[in-house]
Design a protein around this ligand. Sequence first.
Ligand code: ZN
Length: 413
Amino acid sequence: MKKTFLFLLLAILSTLPARAEIRVDADFPGGNVQVEAIDQAANVVRVRPDLRDTQGGWFYFNFRVSGAENRTVTFQFPVSSISFGALGPNVSTDGGKTWHFLGEKDFLASGKEFPNDAHEFTWTFGPGDSDVRFAFCTPYTQSNWEEFVKPYRSWEDVRFETLCRSRSGKRDVELFRLPYLGEGKPRFYIAFTARHHACEASANPVMEGMVAFCLSDAPEAQWLRQNVEIVFIPFMDKDGVEDGDQGKNRRPHDHNRDYVQDIYPTVKAFKALVMKESVGSQVVFMDLHSPWIRGNEHEFYYSLGPEGEPMNARWNRFREKLAENQKDGTLKYESRWDIPGGVGYNQEKTFAGNGDQASATMWARRLPNAYNSFCMEFGYALCGHAILTPETGRELGRNVMKTWADVLKEENL
Ligand SMILES: [Zn+2]
């Protein structure tokens, strides 16, 4: 009798599905994680950002969890560094299509940020949550850009080009051109770049807005098309973006310190492009970045002004116009966060190494035909005390582009 019971019990147990194992991976474009340990019984996962060739620490992570349906799992990060931005980790339950920061609801309800000293978070996986992504920011890779430009593929007067092949030889580096439609030489040759630092994804929705503005019916957009040539490079460190690298402080130096040595093919090709194509025009250059992890100006957007005149005065005019154009925008602009040239860390020597390095903006500033050159930084989660989403980023980008049109138009008088 006893034996029969045991046999029956075993038979029943063997028909029950085995509980799936929690799996964590970063095997997709932009993926980044180092898995330290997974405690399947306790539902605890220990992870950290994969630093690869980064000098010092950095904070980008972007990983996928599967096999955790119906579990409540705690994700622990190293306690030695700040792990999360102002709204905590970002979560996607639809395979990376849409994202919501874990601390978003709390922030919207009470203005409270995700704790600065938090080193873990917990997530309850529903029965259908077979692919949940967790990332430091809202990731943005080649596929996002492709989706954005898709409607423009059939447009006349836009050019889809390739700047060069990436360093790995595996990828094309996109160059999106809005050719000058006027007669003779354009007065201004404008170049916009993003992702000199691979992980700085918050810059790309802003760039999308800038493109969208140029292709809109706004009178300033029409003026731009008739008076200037514009090139956009959405991914300066293309391999880093797709491979999910930090990119910032990459050894031996990162892409934004490479403007003397040219060890990265994109930097070399970009310099050659601008020098060749801008002959007879004045160069306008703006480089789009994301700042430090959180706090103060890092929860806003701001620019790093050029040292010396006339560029400094032109930069101030840009700031005045931006304040005007973005005054009803979701992401509030506070010009007090901008850092003038020569103030704080915004010194040419900061970007020059031992004279063997230069940032992109420093290089462009020294071109004989430079009109202006500076970079803007866009907070990863909170940006102007509101949440940076693809929509709010694009809204800001449209107004940044309108601002450029406004200030350049004044110069044409
Ligand atoms: Zn940067």
